[in-house]
Design a protein around this ligand. Sequence first.
Ligand code: GLN
Length: 455
Amino acid sequence: LSVADLVDESYRRIGEVEDRVKAFLTLNEEGARRRAAELDDRLGDGEAKGLLFGLPAGIKDNIVTRGLRTTCASKLLDNFKPVHHATVMDKLDAAQSITIGKLNMDEFAMGGSNENSAYHVTRNPWNLEHVPGGSSGGSAAAVAAGEVFFALGSDTGGSIRQPAAYCGVVGLKPTYGLVSRFGLVAFASSLDQIGPVTRSVEDAAYVLQAIAGHDPLDSTSANVDIPDYLSALTGDVRGLRIAVPKEYFGEGIDPAVKDAVLTALKVLESQGAVWEEVSMPHNEYAVATYYLLASSEASSNLARFDGVRYGVRSSEAESLLDVFVKSRSEGFGDEVKRRIMLGTYALSSGYYDAYYLKAQKVRTLIKRDFDVVFEKFDLVLGPTAPTPAFKLGAQVDDPLTMYLNDIFSIPVNLAGVPAISVPCGTNAEGLPIGLQLIGRAFDESTVLRAAHAYE
Ligand code: GLN
């Protein structure tokens, strides 16, 4: 099997299902075929294979790719072709995967259903009437539909794990600082992380191995040794201590999700893990805290989109101020505008102490809940999301309900720790359910080991 064959198969599958799934925003067919030929030649010359040699990959459209359109699913960046690669793209090139195309998402990664994309909605491959989740919905749908072998997504408040859960695939959010954010279009810089979306835990370990590591171009990148994640996949979880927070099974959780997650816990127990119920009392403030902080950071980060430096400029503008106002008014969608207004308000003088500063303090309390639990336990177990994938259109007019989907994924980003979503069954309609395993900072090995043993 040549790399060209793999790439052919990927585009063949895209041709077969993409008109229904609609996971992609841009295809890279010419570039991918050129690269495949190059890799096949080099192998003929006897060169050693990279870690991800020849594997077809899809990239979320908020990760910049040299010469390949990068829109963040926003009209504002409709014509944006980056002149450089994100660090993760340099790493994928070094590992020799093939970039098949750029994947749909909620605009600027704000949302949980892909319905905030300015281009089209992606559908859940398991049931086309349902959302794929978000914001990395294109990443999860493309992997679930077999269009690519793996995808990269980004996770600010659940955006890798929730769509992975909804689409029945594996999604890993690494520890904050493990994977470089250089070239990831910033949404909330203190929360954003890039991570893999794959069909198996082993694949997630391979992709993480390829993209993790210190990067001088990202000032928050951690300078830590990268372990061999593959050697962590021993299948042995004997003696592993698992905390099960009672707050993760309270009000609002779908009974099918609760059953599936508790059944998964029993499986890990039968494999030799031990567990105890714990309390994480500040969990209930996580959604409010996150939406304040993430919106505040977003309002500042998105100030760079002024119609001058990047992307689309309004043709109606008559003065410089007009360029800013009209380009942004025409370029941003409703959810993005909502966040910018919320964030600007929370950061304004007079409200800063009451909202932004208060939220920062609560963030510390949420992080401490994890610190306390990790003194005694190796992992925290719970559902990834309170329900399976909902129907398209069901929550578009109700941002608050949409925000509540993130209740179990958001505390992880606020604390900066790693977490994985692994499929753990389906509901009566056959829609997938995700099990979430959360680990200590930089202990991806334990997260992967347990997820792999369970899977
Ligand atoms: N649903 C969350 C939000 O809309 C998730 C975002 C993310 O992780 N990128 O903010």
